[in-house]
Design a protein around this ligand. Structure first.
Ligand SMILES: [Zn+2]
Ligand SMILES: [Zn+2]
Length: 598
């Protein structure tokens, strides 16, 4: 039995069932926990809850919802258990909604099973909760079972039920099933469209997500798409760094006033930050009328990625003063900020602070600290830290150590870490490349070659380095030594012209990180056509002077390209913003914002 904390019953309680129900509903809306608990206690003591009277049955239902609204789903469960059986279908639906909406997928599914065992027919209210729980677990077989069950009810075509099934498939990485169902729906609402767009965005089908968004704009009846839909597509634009498209969607949000939603605002902050315009991101955040935790985390990530470390720390204090409790993402942002700036002591302080906020460090936090220590050259300390971890170190933890070893030319520790990494069963190309680079950096070329051979023997392929540039309304993508662009000849000619000027000014190619087993001149050729350089050369041709050239790269920028781009901005009046898979580099007049620490 549930024991609500009880002082005395409220002075002027309504006596009629309808009056009590109204009061419970208004307490639910206000999420007024103490008053609701007083009322609950009164209902228990007066025997009203256990009465078989039909007029009183809905009270249990309202109590279940009340506790769910207060974020106490287990209290909802207890209120359900205390209600006289057999429970009406409405009570089952309220219980399922209480559990599903409060992020308890397993209890939701177990309650759904009990519902079926009790002989209650699944309804248009209980099926969406079950689908939501299945989505959270993302099990293929479970998704199919719930879909099959829905088909046996009269609700399979109901817009809420079908939307929840689309969402379930989309979140269980069954995007083709989601689309099939979506196409079959006789009616679709904003939830169905958003679920499908979200599914595409999350599964990396960016083009499909954008295409569907366009259709949604045209097909949805007013009020049309909502803030969730907007934030999904803006996220697509930020992962693919489609600044022009993202800005035009921003314009759309402005016209429809959706830009004041904290969800849309947070996505816009990430968009501008990921596209390299930190000032826009900061301004947008400062002007947000309403912020949520996601918005604070977005601004922290932006500050960390752009190397504005002190600003990130200041934002964190501001965030706490504004009454927001940090979550695990917040700390990840702070640790990343420390790592980018080499602030070991601050990083350790924030890592320790997590426990004070009751947040358990996860694999990513450990990886961030390992990264911080090893980049700062504290290799021994990083090794001890990793060896003392209470959870098994993941691939990224060992990867961080190997990266640090490469920077500080500690090939022996790199080999040790690589051995440990291979024990985790990782088959990704990253580890072999990292190890090979660490050997090369320490001048141990034979071992570097062996590491690359091991990679080939294991059938691992190195991830292809890609760089892209959005210009003149198009995205131009390059691989290393790419000759497929229609303006290839001009690109290569431009690159050679600029490199001549750079060499005259003192640039000397640094070939230490080049993987190929080739001679000096060939090595030089291999790096001078790295994908980012081709993208920048096209930028020199297409981007108006005075505008920064923004290039994105899926892998870390190599040391030589980094040096070369610095020289390029010394010899030309250009600003180059390069985002690699680790951080932003803003090159200007021969310097980089990362301070050569990346
Ligand atoms: Zn390079
Ligand atoms: Zn840099």
């Amino acid at each position: 039995m549930l024991l609500p904390c009880l002082s005395r019953p409220p002075a002027s309680l309504p006596t009629s069932p309808a009056g009590i129900a109204d009061l419970l509903l208004s307490l639910s809306a206000a999420r007024s926990l103490p008053k609701g608990q007083q009322l609950h206690a009164h209902l228990i003591k007066s025997g009203l809850l256990s009465s078989p009277s039909a007029a009183l049955r809905p009270l249990s239902n309202h109590l279940i919802t009340f506790y769910a609204r207060c974020g106490l789903p287990l209290h909802s469960r207890a209120a359900f258990d205390d209600s006289p059986s057999p429970r009406p279908p409405a009570a089952w639906s309220s219980l399922l909604a209480a559990l599903a909406q409060n992020g308890l997928p397993l209890p939701t599914l177990s309650a759904f099973r009990s519902l079926l065992l009790a002989g209650v027919a699944p309804s248009d209210r209980s099926l969406p909760s079950a689908a939501k729980a299945a989505a959270a677990i993302s099990s293929t077989s479970l998704s199919s079972s719930i879909h099959a069950l829905a088909l046996k009810t009269p609700f399979a075509d109901d817009v809420f039920v079908a939307s929840s099934l689309v969402d379930m498939y989309a979140k269980s990485s069954q995007i083709a099933d989601a689309r099939r169902l979506f196409d079959l729906m006789p009616n679709r609402n904003v939830v169905s469209w958003s679920a499908m767009i979200y599914g595409y965005a999350e599964s990396g089908f960016d083009t499909e997500a954008l295409r569907l968004f366009k259709t949604a704009l045209a097909e949805l009846e007013p009020p049309g798409v909502n803030d969730f839909t907007y934030s999904c597509v803006i996220r697509v634009c930020s992962t693919t760094t489609l600044l022009e498209l993202g800005s035009s969607i921003h314009g759309h949000c402005f016209k429809t006033s959706f830009d004041s939603s904290p969800f849309v605002g947070s996505s816009l902050v990430s968009l501008y930050s990921k596209c390299g315009i930190a000032e826009h991101a900061y301004k947008l955040f400062d002007e947000m009328p309403q912020r949520n935790l996601g918005a604070w985390n977005a601004i922290l990530i932006a500050s960390a990625q752009h190397g504005h470390t002190r600003a990130a720390f200041a934002r964190f204090s501001e965030m706490k003063s504004a009454g927001f409790a940090p979550n695990f993402i917040t700390f990840l942002c702070l640790l990343t900020a420390c790592s980018h700036a080499g602030l070991v002591d601050d990083g350790k302080r924030y890592f320790a602070l997590m426990a004070e906020h009751g947040i358990e460090a996860g694999p990513q936090h450990y990886a961030a600290v390992a990264d911080l220590l090893s980049r700062a050259g504290r290799i021994r300390e990083a090794v001890s830290f990793i060896e003392a971890m209470p959870i098994a170190p993941t691939e990224s933890v060992w990867g961080a150590l190997i990266t640090g070893c490469r920077i500080h030319k500690d090939a022996d520790t790199a080999a040790y870490a690589a051995g440990k990494l291979f024990e985790t069963g990782s088959l990704s190309s990253g580890a072999h490349v990292l190890l090979s680079n660490a050997y090369s950096a320490a001048g141990r070329y034979a071992e570097a070659a062996r590491a690359r051979k091991a990679m080939r023997d294991r059938g691992v392929r190195k991830e292809t380095g890609l760089s892209w540039l959005e210009a003149a309304g198009k995205v131009h993508t390059f691989v290393s030594s790419d000759r497929s662009h229609p303006r290839t000849d001009e690109i290569y000619a431009k690159l050679e012209e600029v490199e001549r000027r750079m060499e005259e000014a003192g640039y000397v190619a640094d070939t230490r990180e080049v993987l190929q087993d080739v001679g000096g001149e060939e090595k030089r050729a291999a790096i001078r056509y790295h994908s980012e350089r081709l993208a920048i050369a096209l930028g020199l041709l297409l981007v108006a002077e005075g505008q920064p050239i923004r290039v994105m790269k899926n892998l870390r920028v190599c040391a030589d390209c980094h040096t070369a781009i610095k020289w390029l901005t010394k010899c030309t009046p250009r600003v180059v913003v390069l985002r690699d898979n680790h951080r932003f580099h803003s090159f200007h007049q021969g310097d980089c914002s990362c301070g050569d620490y990346w």
